[in-house]
Design a protein. Sequence first.
Length: 412
Amino acid sequence: MSALLAEPVSVSRTDAYGRGLRVYMMDLVSNVPYYTGHLSAALGRMEGLRVTLGSITYSYDPAFFHRRGLRNDPGVLDFTYRLPKLPASLRRGAKLVESLVNLAAVAARFSTSRPDVLHVQFTPLVNYGLPFEIWLLRLARRLGIRIVYTVHNVLPQDTGERHRRTYEHIYRQADRLICHDQAAAVRLVGEFAIAPERISVIPHGPLFLPAGEISPKAARRRLGLREDECVVLWQGILRPYKGVSFLLDAWRRVADHNLGARLAIVGVGDDDQVRQVRRQVSELGLADQVRLELRFVSLDELTDYYSATDILVYPYSEITTSGALMTGIGYGKAIVASALPAFERILRDGENALLVPYGKVDALAECLSGLICCPELRRRLADGLNASQSAVTGWTDIAAQTRDCYAAAVSA
């Protein structure tokens, strides 16, 4: 996908700051590889920074970091991406071993060669009651390393209040917190008593960009989709909060009206989530109206799906920020989304999207049916969305704002 290809970039730059800030970008288990990769590549092109990308290879797209001109440095081990056929339970165990060894290696490295800034993207092990990432943060503080933590989700999705105390502690460890919108910053101040001056609001960038003009007709031909049907796309990682079950309940009502439309659900998920989606499609009798691509889809194929699609749908129950929405906006298609603060920051009901309260099945079905039946409404919403593209910030600007955040953390 040519839009994601880049000339290799040096992540060792000196500098506007005198010698260059040394940054360890930590996403050790590759939770958000596209976010981390785009950001690291953009930071690597800036004067005054030396960035080390601390991450294992992303198993679903092993060449991604290389395409961005990056070399990932996980610590010691980087092998689970080579085991795609290993049973899920064994693979999780192998990934845990890999993560623990790499955390220990990073801690040992910090003791002898300290970065100026530790930029943490996720601390996934704490969600399983394992304290090792917190121990690393404590060590970093004792060593005088400044900690920047990106709050992708104020609390882990689909977990309620279970981890609130843990994240209160994590947020206290950080010198600076990055949020992607003001709503998340307000929550940090109100719910966690974080001083506003410790928070930087830096937007989320698009994860995948259109590789020039791609003919919807050609994209449909490559995907085996009919030219005369309206295509609705849900794309992402299958997780309960992303609302696929809600969407399928609504689609059952849409399908009853024989509107000549097809729903495509494209994305990966754990075995339980995949089984649940397949079972619901079967129980609702939607096999002929829903296309399931429950696997990792290459970037070229994903571009075809976005190009072939008439309507994008984001039926989430909760969200702090959405890289999927930032990506979808770049394709200029009609959007239906849940009425959530993170979406309402950009989407305005009836102007550039249709917004529906989560869980209102009839309302979602009505919005989808109306868009399917009215190409003019789809064009009007898409035009409104194209006029809103200034709300989507590019990675160069995001990197500049992130560098300012690092400078504030170091000078504090």
